[in-house]
Design a protein around this ligand. Structure first.
Ligand code: ADP
Ligand code: MG
Length: 327
């Protein structure tokens, strides 16, 4: 069931009165990509997703799918489907009827609805629970039902708004794995909104980092993580140090820092804390300019030459590990 339609946002803008929630963002989602929109609360992620889904009017710009402008089509005619944060299942309908609902709306006959709903429930491993009401399901099961309901329309693009946020941490990681597996099996584009960097890194082929209504940086997940272009992106993704040096601000990954004897490295530092984290050790040091940096060392590297708070050290890195930052 491989699909070929690319989704494109062209100067897409959303205004609510005087608030600019989404400010002329442009991005090309290649068909079959698992993409995450990542950013802090209020940066415009949900507004972007709702405009793609057709649940929110576009103020300016356009959305195209396979080159066709879908900006003004009703949700059911776009080739997109949305899964909501709270799943929005109908409480009085069984799982099967929830899943078949959009086919019923399209006037498809009852036997066909049942067959298709059954196939979708099979896909998300919910066949045994088809006759239950939503209140009789766990959070993870409700999520599967909501997924089946969204997928029954055979969308080119599945839109997911913080789909894992209602789940406990254990289930969140499990469902994360299932979402990724499902996306691979279906071969369609997933656009998944999250404010969690770990979730985005775990899932996304491509990551779109948003801040204050704009795209701060976007691209292949590893490329963005390896080379953040702004201090905001480096800090938001985590595992990076943002350091002001004489030549300007740079981002250096915590795992790219090396500890050397005092007086022998680019940065002199004084250890302020050491945290044992099992597989690795996080060593934090005060460095010139009233700043702190964190180096993450392998368990072995640290214990081959253990250090203590208060010790003077040097901090060094390969030249290509430091990325100059704008802003
Ligand atoms: P996110 O999903 O990243 O948290 P939203 O897209 O929900 O961000 O919101 C972006 C901005 O738009 C916020 O400032 C929010 O308060 C505002 N906003 C969202 N929805 C509405 C609305 N229906 N009416 C007015 N302002 C809104
Ligand atoms: Mg939101």
């Amino acid at each position: 069931m491989s699909r070929t339609l690319d989704l494109e946002l062209i100067s897409l803008t959303k205004r609510y009165g005087d608030t600019v929630a989404v400010d002329a963002i442009s991005y090309h989602f290649t068909a079959g990509t698992y993409a995450c929109l990542l950013g802090p609360s209020g940066c415009g992620k949900s507004s972007t997703l709702r405009m793609i889904a057709g649940h929110e009017a576009v103020s300016d710009g356009a959305i195209t799918l396979g080159g066709r402008d879908i900006s003004h089509l009703p949700p059911a005619k776009r080739g997109t489907a949305m899964m909501f944060q709270n799943y929005a299942l109908f409480p009085h309908l069984t799982v099967r009827d929830n899943v078949g609902f959009s086919l019923k709306m399209q006037g498809i006959d009852a036997a066909k609805q049942r067959t298709r709903a059954g196939e979708m429930l099979e896909l998300v491993d919910m066949t045994a629970l088809a006759d239950r009401l939503p209140a009789q399901l766990s959070g993870g099961q409700q999520q599967r039902a909501a997924l089946a309901r969204a997928l029954i329309t055979e969308p080119e693009v599945l839109l997911l708004d913080e789909p894992l946020s209602a789940l406990d941490p254990f289930l969140r990681v499990r469902m994360r794995t299932e979402l990724k597996k499902l996306q691979r099996e279906l071969g369609i584009t997933f656009v998944h909104v999250t404010h969690g960097q770990d979730e985005a890194l775990a899932l996304a082929d491509e990551i779109v980092v948003m801040n204050a209504a704009k795209i701060e940086q976007a691209g292949k997940t590893r490329a963005v993580f390896d080379a953040p272009q702004t201090a905001f992106v480096a800090r938001f993704l985590g595992s990076h140090n943002v350091v002001s040096m004489p030549g300007g601000m740079v981002a250096i990954r915590s795992d790219a820092l090396r500890i050397t004897p005092a007086g022998t490295a680019r940065l002199p530092g004084t250890i302020t804390s050491i945290e044992y984290q099992g597989t690795h050790v996080a060593l934090t040091a005060a460095v010139p300019g009233d700043q702190e940096v964190t180096a993450v060392l392998s368990d072995r590297d640290f214990f081959d030459d253990p250090k203590n708070p208060g010790e003077a050290i040097g901090l060094d890195w390969e030249a290509e590990a430091a990325h100059a930052l704008a802003g």
